[in-house]
Design a protein around this ligand. Structure first.
Ligand code: 26Q
Length: 817
C-alpha cells in the first residue's frame, strides 16, 4: 500500500469537473463564482496534473527498479512553451476538459491563454532540448533533463518608435502549477578559495578549500509522454543562500549586510543571459554553468544512484549529453568527485569520465565558441582549473605521441590557449572528454570535422558523428495545427504522431483534387486563426488572399534578415520607379518574428529598419495593399505555434556554412510551407528529401563562399553592377523610411557596402530570381498545393523521435525498458 500511488481520476467529464472544483476550493481557496481567470487556470492545470501524477510516480519507480542506463541531458536552456495544452494532448483529455469547462460556464481557450510560457531559453538550442525530452518521454527512455530555473526568462520585447525595448519576464509572478520544489533534496555548491595538498595516511591528495557556497534547490517538472502512460522528469535548479553563508554576519549584528549576501547568492539563477552568439565572458554566467552542473551530477550520483553505488559502474548507468559547451565544466567536476572525494586513481577516474559524456556542438561561428579566461576560472573554481591543466597535459602528450615533432599542432590543439590571453577553450575540452562529438545537420557535422575541429578529427576520426536535429510532432503539428492533424489522421489513422515517417503515405494524395482542396482549407483555417491572434495581440491585419511569407528566428546578421528586407524594398522601389505596376505584384505579407540580443547593436538597428520599412509600405496607397510587412513583437514559442501553420513560404536564407541546422525550417515544411533557402544547415537535407522541384534554392554554396572570401570579397562591386540592388540600397539611404533623415540607416547600408561579412549583396540577385520562381509557382494554386503536400509527406525524417533514435544507437547505447 505504501508503494502504490493514489489512483488516477476517471477519464470522464464528471470526474474532471469534480477534481477541478475541488482544486478551485481547496487549492485556490475560492468558489467558482468568485474565482478569477487566473484561479481557474491554476485549478485547471492542477486538475490535469492529477491525471499525470500516478504515471509520473510509476515511471520513476520503474526506472529505478530496472537499473538501466539513463540519459542525463545537461542544458542551460529549455524553451518549453506552454505546458497545459501539451499535458492535455499527452493525456488525451482535450475534449473532456473542454466540455468540463463549458459545463462550468468557462472557455478552455481563454484559460489556456492565461498561461505565461516558460521562456527559459534563447532560441533553437533551448527549443531543441525541449523537443528532445518530449521525444524521450514518448519513447519511454529513462532521461532526466537537468537545467536552470531562471527567475526571469528571455526578455519581453516591445517596440517603441520601431526600436526594440526589453522588459523583464516575471514568468513566475502569477504562480506556477507545473513545478514541484524539493528543498529537502537541496545540494550545496562551492565556489572560490584555494586548493591544498595533504597527507592521507601516506598518500598525497589534493583538496579544494572553497570560501563561499550556495544551495541548489531542485524543482521537478513533469515531461509527459504522448499516450503512453510515461512521465519523465525535468529537474531545474534554483539558487538559494546557505545558512553558513550569512550566519556569521547575522551574529555580528550586521543585518543589512547579511541580507545583501543572501541576494548575492540568489542572483545566480535570477536571469537567463539573452545572448546566443557572442557570449561575453561574464563571471555570473560561469557561476550559472557550474552551479547547475554541480547540482545535477551530485543529484544523479547521490540521490538517483544512492550512497552505496560503486562508481566504477557509473558508465553503465548514465550518459551525460552536453548541449553545447555551456555545461562542459561538468567534466572536471566529475573528475574532482572521483579523485578528490572518492579517492580514485587519476587514470581510472579519467577512463570512467570519458565514457560518461558526449558533446553536441551547435555552431560554426568562431565568435560563438566559448572561452573562459584562466584568471576567472582559477578564481572561481581553482581545483577545476588544476584538473583541466592535467587533462590538457595528458592529452597533449597523446598528440605528441601521434604526431612526433609537430609542436605547431600541439599548440593548435591545446585546451588552454595563450592567444591573446590565457584561456580555456571549452569546445576543445568537450571534444577531448566526450565519447562522441556530433554536429546537428550533415553539412554542419562535416564542416566541424573538416574545419573547426579538424585536428581532433585527424586524431580520433571515430569520435565524430552527425545527428540531424528534429522537432516534436506533438507540439508543432498536433497542438499547433489541429486542422492539418485532423486531415492527416482522417486519411492515415493516428499512428503518424509517434511514427512520423508514415507521412510518406500522404504522397499519393498530392494527385487527388479533393485532398488538395481539403489541404487548402486547412491552410486557410490556419491563416484565419493566425490573423485573429495577430489582430488581438498586436493590432495587425493579415489581408486575406495573400501569400504568407514567414521569417521567424533570432535576429542575426548571418541569418540575413536584411536580405529579406532588400527583397521587399526592391519590390517597393520597382513600383515607385514604374518598372512594374502594383497590379503586377503578387499579393504578399512578409511576417518577421525576431528578438535581438540587447547588446547586439547592429541587430537592433536592423529591427528598427524592418519596422521603418513596414510603416511606410503598409500605408502607401500606391502599393494597393499588395505588399505588407507584419512584425509582431515578442516572438516566442506560443506565437510560433500560431504562425507556423499559416505559412506558405519559409525563409531559410542564412549564408551557406553558418546555420548549424535550423529547426524552424523543419517545423514550417512539416506544416506545408515551401522553403526558399540556401544550401545550409538542415536545408540541405530538406531539399534532398522534398526534391528540387519543391524547394526554392538560391545563393552561394559553402565552398563558393569560402572561395569568394579567399579571392577577396568586394561587396561594392555588386552594388555598382546591379541596378536593382543599387536602387534598393539607395532608397534606404534616401531617407524615405526615416522622415527624410538620410543618416538614420547609414550604418546598415555602409556595413553592407564596405564589409558585408555575410555576403548579402553577393546573394541578392540569386535571391530575387528565386522569389520570381516563387511568384510564378504560387500563381498555380493546384501545383503549389501539390508541392506543399509533398513537403509534408517527405519530411517525416525531421521528427525528434528519429533524432533520439539516432542518439540512442550512435552515441548513448541505451534503449527503452
Ligand atoms: C553562451 C555563453 C554565454 C552566454 C550565452 C551563451 C549562448 C546561449 C545560447 C550561446 C549560444 C546559445 C544558443 C545557440 C543556438 O540556439 N544555436 C542554434 O542551435 C540550433 C539547435 O541545434 C540550431 O538549429 C541552430 O542552427 C543554431 O544556431
Amino acid at each position: 500500500l505504501a508503494k502504490a500511488p493514489v489512483a488516477t481520476p476517471q477519464h470522464s467529464v464528471d470526474a474532471f469537473v469534480k477534481v477541478f472544483l475541488q482544486e478551485l476550493n481547496t487549492g485556490q481557496g475560492v468558489t467558482l463564482s468568485r474565482s478569477t481567470v487566473n484561479d481557474q487556470y491554476l485549478a485547471l492545470a492542477r486538475t490535469v496534473r492529477q491525471y499525470l501524477m500516478t504515471r509520473w510516480l510509476e515511471t520513476s519507480r520503474h526506472y529505478a527498479e530496472s537499473g538501466s542506463k539513463a540519459i542525463g541531458y545537461l542544458s542551460a536552456e529549455y524553451l518549453l512553451g506552454r505546458q497545459l495544452g501539451n499535458a492535455l494532448l499527452a493525456t488525451d483529455l482535450g475534449e473532456v476538459a473542454e466540455e468540463a469547462m463549458r459545463g462550468c460556464g468557462l472557455d478552455l481557450a481563454r484559460l489556456r491563454a492565461q498561461e505565461v510560457e516558460p521562456g527559459l531559453g534563447n532560441g533553437g538550442l533551448g527549443r531543441l532540448a525541449a523537443c528532445f525530452v518530449d521525444s524521450l518521454a514518448t519513447m519511454g527512455i529513462p532521461c532526466i533533463g537537468y537545467g536552470i530555473r531562471y527567475e526571469y526568462g528571455i526578455f519581453k520585447q516591445s517596440f517603441v518608435d520601431g526600436r526594440q525595448v526589453e522588459q523583464p519576464d516575471p514568468w513566475l509572478a502569477l504562480g506556477n502549477p507545473w513545478e514541484f520544489p524539493h528543498p529537502e533534496a537541496s545540494v550545496q555548491v562551492n565556489f572560490g578559495g584555494h586548493t591544498e595538498t595533504y597527507d592521507d595516511g601516506g598518500v598525497q591528495r589534493t583538496r579544494w578549500v572553497p570560501d563561499w557556497n550556495v544551495v541548489g534547490v531542485p524543482y521537478n517538472y513533469m515531461v509527459p509522454g504522448y499516450h503512453n502512460g510515461k512521465v519523465n522528469t525535468l529537474r531545474l535548479w534554483s539558487a538559494k543562500a546557505t545558512n553558513a553563508f550569512d550566519l556569521a554576519l547575522f551574529n555580528s549584528g550586521d543585518y543589512p549586510e547579511a541580507v545583501r549576501a543572501q541576494t548575492f547568492a540568489e542572483n545566480i539563477t535570477k536571469v537567463l543571459y539573452p545572448e546566443d552568439s557572442t557570449p561575453q565572458g561574464r563571471e555570473l554566467r560561469l557561476q550559472q554553468q557550474y552551479f547547475f552542473v554541480a547540482c545535477s551530477i551530485r543529484d544523479f550520483i547521490e540521490r538517483v544512484l544512492g550512497p552505496d553505488f560503486d562508481l566504477h559502474q557509473l558508465p553503465e548507468r548514465i550518459i551525460f549529453q552536453l548541449n553545447d559547451t555551456h555545461p562542459v565544466i561538468a567534466v572536471p567536476e566529475l573528475m574532482r568527485i572521483l579523485v578528490d572525494e572518492r579517492h580514485f586513481e587519476w587514470d581510472e577516474a579519467w577512463q570512467i569520465t570519458k565514457q560518461c559524456f558526449a558533446y553536441t556542438c551547435h555552431t560554426l561561428l568562431p565568435e560563438a565558441l566559448e572561452v573562459w579566461p584562466t584568471e576567472l576560472l582559477g578564481r572561481l573554481l581553482p581545483r577545476h582549473l588544476e584538473i583541466i591543466r592535467r587533462i590538457n597535459a595528458d592529452f597533449l602528450d597523446e598528440v605528441r605521441a601521434s604526431f612526433p615533432g609537430d609542436e605547431q599542432r600541439v599548440r593548435n590543439m591545446s585546451i588552454i590557449s595563450d592567444d591573446p590571453n590565457s584561456s580555456v577553450r571549452m569546445a576543445f575540452l568537450a571534444t577531448v572528454a566526450g565519447t562522441k562529438v556530433n554536429g546537428v545537420a550533415e553539412l554542419h557535422s562535416q564542416l566541424l570535422a573538416d574545419k573547426v575541429l579538424h585536428d581532433f578529427d585527424e586524431l580520433w576520426p571515430e569520435k565524430f558523428t552527425n545527428v540531424t536535429n528534429g522537432i516534436t510532432p506533438r507540439r508543432f503539428i498536433c497542438l499547433a495545427n489541429p486542422w492539418l492533424s485532423e486531415l492527416i489522421s482522417d486519411t492515415l489513422g493516428v499512428g503518424w504522431v509517434t511514427d512520423l515517417e508514415r507521412l510518406a503515405e500522404l504522397e499519393p494524395y498530392a494527385q487527388d483534387p479533393d485532398f488538395r482542396r481539403a489541404f487548402r482549407e486547412v491552410k486557410q483555417k490556419a491563416k484565419v486563426h493566425a490573423s485573429d491572434i495577430l489582430r488581438a495581440r498586436d493590432g495587425i491585419e493579415l489581408p486575406p488572399g495573400h501569400l504568407v511569407d514567414i521569417m521567424i528566428k533570432r535576429l542575426h546578421e548571418y541569418k540575413r534578415q536584411t536580405l529579406k528586407l532588400l527583397h521587399v524594398v526592391s519590390l517597393y522601389e520597382q513600383v515607385l520607379s514604374g518598372e512594374i505596376t502594383a497590379s503586377q505584384l503578387q499579393p504578399r505579407t512578409v511576417i518577421f518574428g525576431a528578438k535581438a540580443a540587447p547588446g547586439y547593436w547592429m541587430a537592433k538597428e536592423i529591427i528598427h529598419l524592418i519596422n521603418a520599412v513596414g510603416s511606410v509600405i503598409n500605408t502607401d496607397p500606391r502599393l494597393e495593399g499588395r505588399l505588407k510587412i507584419a512584425f509582431p513583437a515578442n516572438y516566442n514559442v506560443t506565437l510560433a505555434e500560431r504562425l507556423i501553420p499559416a505559412a506558405d513560404l519559409s525563409e531559410q536564407i542564412s549564408l551557406a556554412g553558418l546555420e548549424a541546422s535550423g529547426t524552424g525550417n523543419m517545423k514550417l515544411a512539416l506544416n506545408g510551407a515551401l522553403t526558399i533557402g540556401t544550401d545550409d544547415g538542415a536545408n540541405v537535407e530538406i531539399r534532398r528529401l522534398v526534391g528540387d522541384e519543391n524547394f526554392f534554392l538560391f545563393g552561394l554554396s559553402e565552398p563558393e563562399v569560402a572561395a569568394l572570401r579567399d579571392s577577396g570579397y568586394r561587396p561594392r562591386q555588386y552594388y555598382e553592377s546591379n541596378p536593382q540592388l543599387r536602387a534598393a540600397l539607395d532608397l534606404i539611404s534616401s531617407g524615405i523610411f526615416s522622415n527624410g533623415n538620410r543618416e538614420a540607416f547609414a550604418p546598415i547600408v555602409s556595413s553592407l557596402l564596405n564589409e558585408d561579412r555575410f555576403m548579402v549583396l553577393a546573394d541578392f540577385q540569386s535571391y530575387m530570381e528565386a522569389q520570381l520562381r516563387v511568384r510564378e509557382a504560387f500563381a498555380d494554386e493546384e501545383e503549389w498545393t501539390k508541392k506543399a503536400i509533398l513537403n509534408v509527406a517527405r519530411c517525416g525524417f525531421f521528427s525528434s523521435d528519429r533524432a533520439m533514435g539516432d542518439y540512442l544507437r550512435e552515441i548513448w547505447h541505451a534503449s527503452a525498458i
